[in-house]
Design a protein around this ligand. Structure first.
Ligand SMILES: [Mg+2]
Ligand SMILES: [Zn+2]
Length: 203
């Protein structure tokens, strides 16, 4: 058990470094199950639901030239609550529905039971994707709905967007932006890219 990555798209077309949008899975791309104000990952393929806004938002980001990379902690696998093959089936479904270039998963249990470099807020999943796909992390974004995502993106040098789901927990570091869902996050990223290109053109 450990870190598993699936590449469905390889490298970049030119020597220039790629830009990526790193997406947390639960609560960003797919629906989280909320109990007592806190989000939980679905435990069956049947309960795994891609959010309605995800498809168009991902298409827009991909068209703008971003590699889309899902980075997700799935500690229930390491804790023996969910089978790894169930999570892999969820990701196969996700990759059929969305233009995802790569899925990075930390299956380690955390909570003092494991010490790996891939469990967010550690940056291992972002750093290994960046090395293998030649991604410039400073030109990349991390979108998530929990403090682990924001701290991870920030530590990796990405700009961060917090999806506000109103959970009963706070943030540690402040995100660069806040959005209500992935569609609004895509708007923010595309507006920032637009502005950057305009600034470059008038320089
Ligand atoms: Mg999440
Ligand atoms: Zn891990």
């Amino acid at each position: 058990m450990g870190k598993r990555e699936v590449n469905t798209e390889r490298g970049t077309r030119n020597a220039e470094k790629a830009r990526a949008v790193f997406l947390d899975r639960d609560g960003v791309v797919s629906r989280s199950l909320v109990r007592n104000g806190l989000p939980f990952a679905p435990t069956t393929l049947n309960d795994f639901e891609i959010l309605p806004e995800a498809s168009e938002a991902c298409q827009r980001l991909k068209q703008a030239g971003f590699l889309l990379i899902v980075v997700t902690n799935q500690p229930e696998v390491g804790r023996g609550i969910i089978k790894q093959e169930t999570v892999e089936a969820m990701h196969a479904k996700m990759c059929r529905e969305l233009p995802i270039a790569r899925v990075g998963v930390c299956y380690h249990p955390g909570h003092g039971m494991s010490h790996c470099d891939c469990r967010k807020p550690k940056t291992g999943l972002l750093v290994s994707a960046a090395q293998e796909l030649r991604i410039d992390l400073t030109q990349s974004w991390m979108i998530g709905d929990r403090w682990r995502d924001i701290d991870c993106g920030s530590a990796a040098g990405c700009r961060t967007i917090f999806i506000e789901r109103g959970y009963a927990e706070g943030l540690k570091r402040a995100p660069d932006f806040r959005a209500k869902d992935l569609a609004e996050a895509a708007d923010l990223i595309l507006a920032a890219l637009n502005k950057m290109e305009q600034d470059a053109a008038t320089r």
